[in-house]
Design a protein around this ligand. Structure first.
Ligand code: F6P
Length: 320
């Protein structure tokens, strides 16, 4: 393998730059040329390629976002766009591709493997932590800590004003961020997309607390479980207690990566290159039980990563 390429795709996550750096520097140390593809799969379709050298990834390990930029490409999903992307890879003499991204990105990667038989590996990177095949994904730790910082601040106001705060965090279809942030922030309740909930249950948690003299509440909701602002209105109407909503939104996606994310990204990026070189392809590189492992991409996009039921129980017991 003489020339490999790397791209970042989907939602940016803190640590993507550390992963790019690891791919570039490991590739060069293994005697390969490394091409950076700008703007994810869209850049692949457009042939937006640059040659990376060791210096091109200097001073980025501490930066959030991605120096290669990202995009959610609709064109790559069309037969014409896909064919152009494959053609561009061949034209540029690229022998292998590393895709750093989450679920949607690894689905695209799988299609390159399945339809074009192109040597690809994926690197597990999304703040959502919802990739089957990796206990943790690059960016999750930072996103949880970013949300936690805001929640700690909101607790000050909730306590000072005897208020209920509904805090909406990211997670369209999975509740990993909400669950971790809820436990770490000492939330009274956490609503996640995976579990049905009712307004009555939320109100019940609040009323039980009030009977014990509790005056302030933090309720964390994943964006896919409830609309924070609407829920705050409903809770205030049902309880009569002052309720405010804060939607944390994209602040959770940016920022300097945590040490844990930098280390994970460095390991996954380096191993991705080594796996490609050793002939492994069509797999996601992730971490399980503190070991770097690979999982077939077909399993990655077709299976749901399970939530730990004990974490769900923990919220109920500790938030009571
Ligand atoms: O997948 C990462 C993520 O931040 C999700 O948590 C969120 O639902 C989504 O991306 C938001 O996407 P966009 O930045 O395209 O609005």
């Amino acid at each position: 393998m003489k020339r490999i390429a790397v791209l970042t795709s989907g939602g940016d996550s803190p640590g993507m730059n550390a992963a790019i750096r690891a791919v570039v520097r490991t590739g060069i140390s293994e005697g390969m040329e490394v091409i950076g593809i700008r703007r994810g799969y869209q850049g692949l379709v457009e042939g937006n390629f640059i040659l990376m050298d060791t210096g091109s990834v200097s001073g980025i390990i501490n930066q959030g976002g991605t120096i290669l930029h990202s995009a959610r490409s609709l064109e790559f999903k069309t037969p014409e766009g896909f064919a152009r992307a494959v053609d561009n890879l061949h034209q540029a003499g690229i022998d292998g591709l590393v895709v750093i991204g989450g679920n949607g990105s690894q689905r695209g990667n799988y299609e390159l493997h399945r339809q074009a038989d192109f040597p690809v590996v994926g690197v597990a990177s999304t703040i959502d932590n919802d990739l089957y095949g990796s206990d943790y994904t690059i960016g999750f730790d930072t996103a949880v800590n970013t949300a936690l910082e805001s929640i700690d601040r909101l607790r000050d106001t909730a306590t000072s004003h005897d208020r209920i705060f509904i805090i909406e965090v990211m997670g369209r279809s999975r509740g990993f961020v909400a669950l971790h942030v809820g436990i770490a922030g000492g939330a009274e309740a956490v609503l996640i997309p995976e579990l049905p909930w009712t307004l009555e249950e939320v109100v019940d948690v609040i009323q039980r607390g009030y009977r014990r003299g509790k005056k302030s509440y933090l309720i964390v909701v994943a964006e896919g479980a409830a609309h924070g602002i609407q829920l705050a209105e409903q809770v205030e109407a049902a309880t009569g207690y002052e309720t405010r909503a804060t939607v944390l939104g994209h602040v959770q996606r940016g920022g300097s990566p945590s040490a844990a994310d930098r280390v994970l990204a460095s390991q996954l990026g380096a191993y991705a290159v080594r796996f490609l070189k050793s002939g492994e392809r069509g797999v996601l590189v992730g971490e399980q039980n503190e070991c770097i492992v690979t999982t077939p991409l077909e399993e990655v996009w077709s299976k749901d990563k399970p939530l730990d039921p004990e974490m769900i129980e923990l919220v109920k017991v500790l938030g009571a």
